[in-house]
Design a protein around this ligand. Structure first.
Ligand SMILES: [Zn+2]
Length: 219
């Protein structure tokens, strides 16, 4: 996967276009990644909402449970994913951030030993995890993120960080804590953030010859 002219290029990448945006970022471009879950029944239904001019929401990327990626806005364009939001000294974070929507139904409701999404789809226990949300103190059930989907999200964050001056990787729940709980405790946000932001900033391709050289010297 790579980025060319604000577009993601790769085998599992599809491009669509959302009308919901505010034009180009100011000079310097985005410095924040904001992660979301879709709370939808499928990536396709999320994409249709995020492209609907009447809904007035969008995101740069949607990552399916199968790891397929759909880009709805080029990375030089301001999307409408964060809404009312703030972090440290800044507010209205759309103007500083790229939005990644991850296909996941979100919080589940337990009734008579069974788990249901907010749109009344039963979820198998194998696809659910119990967890305490960072803003709450009681454990509840959440739709799990498949490992392959998490790996794609991490790859995307790493790639975007190598192409843009990304300083913050945040959950929607952190920038809009009064009204949002995504991506929720099923998403390993703290671990991902620690891994990515502690990595030395360098183009991914440069790590290959270093590894090859090390292998040569020890064989
Ligand atoms: Zn969100």
């Amino acid at each position: 996967m790579r980025i060319e002219g604000g577009r993601l290029v790769g085998e599992q990448v599809e491009h669509l276009s959302s009308p919901n945006h505010s034009g180009m970022f100011d000079a310097g471009g985005p410095d924040t990644l904001i992660l979301h879950y879709t709370a939808c029944g499928s990536a396709a239904s999320a994409i249709s909402i995020l492209s609907d001019p009447l809904r007035k929401v969008s995101a740069h990327l949607v990552v399916g449970r199968d790891g397929k990626i759909t880009q709805l806005l080029p990375f030089d364009t301001i999307g409408w994913h964060a809404g009312r939001s703030s972090w440290e000294t800044r507010s209205e974070l759309n103007q500083f951030s790229l939005g990644i929507e991850i296909d996941n139904a979100g919080r589940l409701e337990q009734r008579q030993g069974r788990l249901y999404t907010w749109f009344e789809r039963e979820i198998d226990r194998a696809d659910a995890v119990a967890g305490v949300h960072r803003h709450e103190d009681v454990s509840t059930w959440w739709h799990s993120y498949p490992p392959g989907q998490l790996a794609v999200v991490e790859d995307l964050c790493r790639l975007l960080r190598s192409s843009y001056p990304i300083q913050y990787i945040l959950g929607h729940e952190e920038v809009s804590p009064q009204r949002k709980v995504d991506p929720g405790p099923a998403f390993p946000l703290d671990e991902l953030r620690q891994r990515l932001l502690s990595e030395v900033e360098r183009p991914i391709a440069q790590s290959v010859p270093v590894a090859a050289e090390r292998r040569d010297s020890t064989s």
